[in-house]
Structures are given as C-alpha cells and as structure tokens.
Design a protein around this ligand. Structure first.
Ligand SMILES: *Cc1c(COP(=O)(O)O)cnc(C)c1O
Length: 360
C-alpha cells in the first residue's frame, strides 16, 4: 500500500492519523458493536459527538459566546442562497466583493434572492489581486458585505479582515478556515464546506452572530434556516452522520497538533517554501500579486505550456498527485491544506527543481 502526496483542491487530503482512526473504529465505534454510520442521530452517543464537535470548534477558533454554530448540508454553494435568505430580508440589498470564481458564483446565486451590489470586482486584474478597501463602493443600506477570504481556484487570499463598520461581514471560508487563527468577532457569518480543511464533503459549518438569527425570510427552507437549525442543535433532520464524525476527528487532530496557531506556522512555512522556489526560477511563474498570495492554493505556470502534460505525468510517477490547475487558470495548482505535511511541499519543490534541470 502506497500513499502519495495529494495536492487536490477539494475534496482533498485527509490527515493520515484521521484515516487510521476511521479504519480502527469502523466496525465497532465506542464499544457499540456498530459503526458510527449505523446508529441513530437521536441516540445519546451521536448527540455526544455533536456536542463534542461544537465544543472543539469553539475552542480551536475561540468563538465568542454570542455566536451560534450550526452544521448543515448542501456545501458552500447552498450557503450562497442561505446567506441572502437568512439575512437580506424581502426586497433587501447586499454588497459583494468579487476576487475570483467562488465570489462570482455567490453573486449569481444571491441575485435570485436579493438586490446584489458588486462593491468591488478584481476582473481587471484577471483575479490576481485584491481591490484596495478604499475602492469598494459599499451601499449604506446593505444587509451585509460578502467576500471570499481565499479564492481556491485563483489562489488569492486576504491576509487581513476588511473593515465594514456596522454592516455584518459574511465570509466564505471554505478553503481557509482552520489554517490560521481568526478573530471571529469581526464577522457576522462565517461558513465553510468541510472538504478542504475540516474533513470530507457533505457537511458545512456556519458560525453566526446571535443577533443575526431570526431574520430569515418566511419561505426559507428550514434545513438552511440558521435559527431553526440552531434551535434544534443542527439535528432538524437526519444529518450526514459519518461525515460529521470525520469532521470531529479532524478537529481533534488539529487540537493534537497544537491548534490553529501551529497550523498557521506550518502553513506559512509551506507557502514560503513553494513561492520561493517558484520566484527563484525563470521556469515557473505564479501570477498573483505577492501580498494576496494564498497560503492554501498555489497556482503556477510552466514557461512552456507544452510541457504541462509531461510535468503532470512525471509528478504522478514521483508520488505527487492532483497538481493539474483549474481549466480557467491553466498550468498547475498545488493545494497545500492543513493535512499536507511540510515534507510533501519539500518533495514538490525538489521535483520542480529536478524537472527544470531536465527540461528547462
Ligand atoms: C470548494 C469551495 C466552494 C464550493 O463548495 P461546495 O461544497 O462544492 O458547494 C465554495 N467556495 C469556496 C471558497 C470553495 O473553496
């Protein structure tokens, strides 16, 4: 059996310790003689898992007491609709800041439910930079300001939290949550699909400030109504129980590693190593404005795109998987989430140097 270094953007690598734990507990979870996916979500064992998951998340992210945590299905994409339905009110308006693919998707979905004002859009830079905060044209009557702290495809990340005054800030943190400490009190709503840094696909974490509950429009499906889910401990219907369990194990793993500040040190070191290797070569290139370069997703292009196929094939032979870039950007992309060890990034930069020596 051979494990490769998996640079997949999502679903993405799961820490090996988590996979081992799943294997060990699969037939008999907590002495029940059944797996976690075979038991009732209403039983005391699963309810304890639910409570443990929330407590871990609160501890890791230092979530203040006036925030509620809900776990919902539907991925981040469901939140693109849930956010306006929960927050904008009938006939309401919201500001969106677009720095890439996912921000655009969020706008398209929100337009079905509210008046969307695109307050800033980085299209002119081909989504390689963050529009300066001073240039954002925010509406005075916006119900919230939505942005994407890390654009997973373009590899563009905010390394600061923008100030939106009294208007609640809503963040799609799908590909950056748990990669570094965050000041939750700066946000109205944070949401993240689990399949990048929190486990596997099928569950979405929503952290919502308490005073924003209860604003949902009447026609909001109850499964994505933040207040309804908060009132029911996110067990309004049958949740993705196995996925929830993997989320809990992944949070335990982060805690065992030393928490988000340790993750941040490692992620910063990994990103530094990879960008340094790219910048030092005349063969590889990253198009993103340096202050906006992502710690999690690193796109890079070869000087000669005709070598892309050979690069990918050789990389796969060297045990470096899923490096193909998104079709809208081209080239390569290395996604280096929490589960990617520093040794994996070192193996990649060694391979890149070797490929350049041979083919550059
Ligand atoms: C992966 C991703 C999404 C899409 O998530 P789904 O679970 O497929 O809905 C949305 N936003 C960001 C920033 C992502 O990285």
């Amino acid at each position: 059996m051979r494990r490769v270094y998996n640079f997949s953007p999502g679903p993405s690598a799961v820490p090996e310790a988590v996979l081992n734990r799943i294997r060990d507990e699969l037939y008999d979870w907590q002495g029940l003689g059944m797996s976690v996916m075979e038991i009732s979500h209403r039983g005391k064992e699963f309810e304890a898992l639910v409570e443990r998951t929330e407590a871990r998340l609160r501890e890791l992210l230092a979530i203040p007491a006036n925030y509620r945590v809900v776990f919902v299905p539907g991925g981040a994409t469901m939140q693109f609709a849930a956010v306006p339905l929960n927050l904008a009110g009938a006939g309401g308006a919201a500001d969106y800041v677009v720095t890439g693919h996912w921000g655009k998707k969020a706008v398209t979905e929100a337009e079905r439910y509210c008046t969307v004002n695109v307050a800033a859009d980085a299209a002119a830079t081909k989504y390689t930079a963050i529009p300066p905060r001073e240039s954002w044209r925010l509406r005075s009557d916006a119900a919230y300001v939505h942005y994407t702290p890390n654009e997973t495809i373009g590899g563009v990340e905010f390394h600061f939290v923008p100030d939106t005054g009294a208007v609640p800030l809503v963040a799609d943190m799908s590909s950056t949550i748990m990669s570094r400490p965050i000041d939750v009190s700066r946000f109205g709503v944070i949401y993240a699909g689990a399949q990048k840094n929190l486990g596997i696909s099928g569950i979405t974490v929503v952290i919502v400030r308490e005073d924003l509950l209860g604003r949902a429009r009447r026609e909001t499906p109850s499964v994505i109504d933040y207040r309804a889910q908060a009132a029911d401990k996110s067990l309004l219907n049958t949740p993705a129980t196995f996925v929830w369990y993997v989320l809990a194990l992944t949070l335990d793993w982060v805690a065992e590693q030393g928490g988000v500040s340790v993750m941040a040190e490692r992620n910063s070191a990994k990103a530094k190593r990879l960008y340094a290797a790219i910048d030092a070569s005349g063969f590889y290139r990253n198009p993103v404005d340096p202050p906006a370069r992502s710690w999690m997703n690193v796109p890079f292009m070869l000087a000669d795109p005709n070598l892309d196929k050979e690069f990918l094939a050789d990389a796969a032979r060297a045990g470096l998987a899923s490096l193909k870039g998104h079709r809208s950007v081209g080239g390569m992309r290395a996604s280096i989430y929490n589960a990617m060890p520093e040794a994996g990034v070192a193996a990649l930069t060694d391979f890149m140097a070797d490929f350049e020596r041979r083919r550059g």
